[in-house]
Write a protein that binds this ligand. Structure first.
Ligand SMILES: Nc1ncnc2c1ncn2[C@@H]1O[C@H](COP(=O)(O)OP(=O)(O)OP(=O)(O)O)[C@@H](O)[C@H]1O
Ligand SMILES: [Mg+2]
Length: 395
């Protein structure tokens, strides 16, 4: 498998949503080069994309107009009854209508935004694709570290497509009674296939956990088979999104069933800064303060940024704190899992080392004046302090 092919594929898909001859020519060249180098699967995938857009490109322009998803199936309403687990009567899913889905786009690096946009674009042209006997990708697996916005992303995609979400937590479908899990999965898919909806399988790895129990080998096989058949049954019925934190635990056959696989990484420093700005409103912090907060949260998730923002609101508004460095020392003390251990030790150990570490940071490039204002000093008192540190090092 070519290392960056998923990005290439997303780029091509995105470019082909508004095809023109130049774009098609370049993608054709790419396809031919891949073919020559033996990447047959990858070349085939580009070829399929090209033939879809070639036909749509050749259609009369009057026929091509942006329109809403026209899926077959019944309309889901608040009155629709949701299937339940027969033993416990627990509902097998929760339904979210577009009004209850998140409006705000999640924040990711540009390449991920592009890839996601291409999925949404395909679905918003669903009927055009159907007219030419093509279908958009029908399933997507979103995976990555905890708290990186995967569930939020899945719901936001559904909001963009404009269909209700049938949200199933696989954990909830699992039953201790032999055979019931498979029956629950079957019922859930029958329900989702009947209605126009997006099926969201959150915490998808739950099934894989079963595999650790040697007593359950036969049952796991049955569950995995049911899931495979069920996923196949959804083709051309509606979009299915699987979400997992533990992609390595998934059965390779399940993994292959997903047309698209998107990895959501931990936020980069730039994304962390954007996330903090978003979550922190209406509080206002200047650029160096935001950079400092992002520095403290390096390697953490978007959920951690949201949590820190709540902490800051409490500290600055309710407890009338005024110094961001003191507040972050408190945060580091009480959130040991959210602040990198080396940073935390130095932050809590001495201001001298803390300042030196900030000044030497190669990612955020703090200037002396930024640091002076963070620590509530004037630039000249900071440089005096720094030269004192240097003098004491010489003694
Ligand atoms: N990149 C992001 N953009 C916007 N919001 C984010 C982002 N990452 C996390 N969040 C916010 O953090 C919270 C947790 O996000 P979410 O539940 O989607 O994460 P997750 O990846 O599904 O986590 P888990 O793996 O624990 O299920 C949500 O309130 C979400 O809005
Ligand atoms: Mg989640």
């Amino acid at each position: 498998m070519l290392k960056y092919f998923n990005i290439i594929q997303a780029l091509s898909r995105s470019a082909l949503t508004t095809p023109n001859e130049a774009i098609m020519h370049q993608i054709k060249r790419l396809k031919e080069s891949l073919e020559k180098d033996g990447f047959i699967k990858e070349a085939k995938s580009l070829e399929a994309m090209l033939s879809t857009s070639e036909s749509s490109f050749n259609m009369a322009p009057s026929k091509i107009q942006k329109s809403f998803v026209v899926l077959k199936g019944e309309e889901l309403t608040i009155k629709t009854s949701i299937p339940v687990d027969k033993e416990t009567s627990t509902p097998l899913a929760e339904v979210f209508f577009p009004d209850n889905l998140p409006e705000a786009a999640p924040v990711f690096d540009e390449n991920i935004q592009l890839a996601i946009q291409s999925i949404v674009n395909e679905w918003s042209k669903f009927d055009q694709l159907m007219e030419i006997n093509a279908t958009p990708a029908s399933s997507c697996l979103i995976y990555g570290a905890p708290g990186t916005g995967k569930t939020h992303l899945a719901k936001w995609i559904a909001k963009q497509i404009g269909l209700p979400v049938v949200l199933a937590r696989l954990e909830g479908l699992m039953s201790s009674y032999l055979g019931t899990t498979s029956r629950n999965i079957g019922n859930l898919f029958t329900f989702s296939n009947r209605y126009k909806c997006i099926l969201l399988l959150d915490e998808f790895d739950a099934i894989a956990k079963l595999r650790n129990d040697p007593q359950e080998v036969g049952e796991v096989k049955r569950v995995v088979n049911t899931l495979l058949q069920s996923l196949d049954s959804r083709h051309e019925k509606g979009f299915t999104i699987g979400v997992t934190n533990h992609e390595s635990l998934l059965d390779p056959a399940i993994w292959r069933r997903f047309d698209i696989q998107v990895e959501i990484p931990k936020p980069s420093p730039e994304v962390m800064i954007q996330l903090l700005k978003k979550f922190i409103t209406p509080l206002e912090f200047n650029e160096s303060e935001i950079k400092f907060l992002a520095w403290c949260l390096d390697g953490s998730s978007g959920a951690d940024a949201e949590m820190l923002s709540k902490w800051l609101k409490r500290a600055f508004v309710l407890e009338k704190e005024s110094n961001i460095v003191d507040v972050m020392k408190q945060f580091a003390l009480l959130n040991s899992g959210r602040v990198n251990v080396a940073k935390r030790n130095i932050m809590l150990h001495s201001d001298e080392d803390f300042i030196a570490m900030l000044l030497n940071d190669k990612t955020y490039l703090f200037k002396q004046k930024d640091i002076a204002s963070l620590f509530g000093m004037t630039p000249s008192s900071l440089s005096k302090q720094l030269s004192k540190f240097k003098d004491s090092e010489k003694i």
